[in-house]
Design a protein around this ligand. Structure first.
Ligand SMILES: NC(=O)c1ccc[n+]([C@@H]2O[C@H](COP(=O)([O-])OP(=O)(O)OC[C@H]3O[C@@H](n4cnc5c(N)ncnc54)[C@H](OP(=O)(O)O)[C@@H]3O)[C@@H](O)[C@H]2O)c1
Length: 287
């Protein structure tokens, strides 16, 4: 049995469905089962619970051999993931695959990356076989720009000329399913990236080519980006994290890493941004 934690989220859902489609018995621990009807329909065993509840965690671990964990960017990310790792240890889970982030180190400039590093360290110290996936920024984040792309033909972000090797979340899911379902990935840390590092000018051009309408990237000062994110209701700590990620990490060229880890794990190349843009063209065109 594979337990997927985070299965109602962007990547976890694909991983639960992918492992199930590949024939594995899969259980998903979800806070809100109404977000998991597609999982249940695909044969995933859906159990309701919260990582903050030790009894929920213990019950979800029954009979589990392997666990995948991804949770939301949150100030308590390390705390809730360590609770799940501790419960997995007590239940005799043999292998945990953890979704982390590129650049997860103790001194990373981005808080979320430091929290992932704490959880990675706890996982390594747990004595359970582990695999860590460190993806770069998701291509699907551009869906968050769909409204300004459709209405203004523009992408606004404080990234300057920084290039980023954005990765398609379907590639992360494919790599996760392989690491869960085939031996040989224990004790490995894979950096999952797209096939090329693109500037936001490049990304805007590719989306424009896909929609047939011109799209322009507009570099905005970090403080303006901060004010508009705060005005949209995002928590202040997360706004700081995102502004640092874009205006420091990406703008200064720390998002450009391209690896062949995805090819080594799955045996096939990473999906391109052009393909993602073409598949999402209707959304970007506002149709
Ligand atoms: N976005 C990027 O470009 C990027 C790049 C690299 C790494 N990352 C990392 O990837 C993660 C986000 O991935 P994602 O977009 O797939 O996640 P997501 O869509 O934010 O989903 C997070 C999942 O975690 C669940 N969850 C959170 N707290 C929980 C709790 N206390 N108990 C039970 N379930 C809980 C959520 O449940 P609910 O549905 O109930 O909320 C949801 O299923 C973050 O850790 C981020 O740091 C993101």
């Amino acid at each position: 049995m594979i337990l997927v934690i985070g299965a109602t989220g962007n990547t976890g859902r694909l991983i639960a469905l992918g492992a199930r489609a590949a024939g594995a018995p899969v259980r998903a621990l979800v806070r809100n089962p109404s977000k998991a009807t597609d999982l249940a329909a695909a044969g995933v065993e859906v159990v309701t619970g919260d990582l903050d509840d030790a009894a929920n965690l213990a019950a979800a671990m029954h009979g589990v051999e392997k666990m995948y964990i991804v949770t939301s960017p949150d100030l308590r990310l390390a705390e809730v993931q360590i609770a799940a790792i501790t419960a997995a240890k007590a239940a005799g889970v043999r292998h945990i695959v953890k979704s982390s982030v590129l650049g997860a180190t103790a001194d990373a400039p981005v808080l979320t990356a430091r929290l992932h590093h704490q959880a990675e360290e706890a996982l390594e110290a747990s004595g359970i076989d582990w695999t860590v996936l460190q993806p770069n920024s998701f291509m699907q984040n551009f869906i968050g720009f769909a409204q300004t792309i459709a209405t203004q033909g523009a992408i606004y972000a404080p990234v300057g000329h920084g290039r980023v090797s954005h990765v398609d979340i379907r590639d992360i899911a494919d790599a996760a399913v392989v690491t869960l379902m085939t031996p040989g990935h224990e004790g490995k840390r894979y950096v999952i990236t797209g096939p090329e590092a693109l500037s936001y000018d490049d990304a805007a051009r590719l989306i424009g080519e896909a929609t047939g309408k011109g799209v322009t990237f507009v570099d905005v000062p970090p403080d303006s980006a901060r004010q508009s994110m705060l005005a949209s209701g995002m928590p202040a700590w997360f706004v700081d994290d995102l502004v640092t990620l874009m205006s420091v990490v990406y703008a200064q060229g720390y998002g450009t890493t391209v690896t062949d880890d995805l090819v080594r794990v799955t045996g096939r190349p990473a999906r391109t941004f052009a393909a993602f843009a073409a598949e999402s063209a209707t959304l970007f065109a506002g149709r």
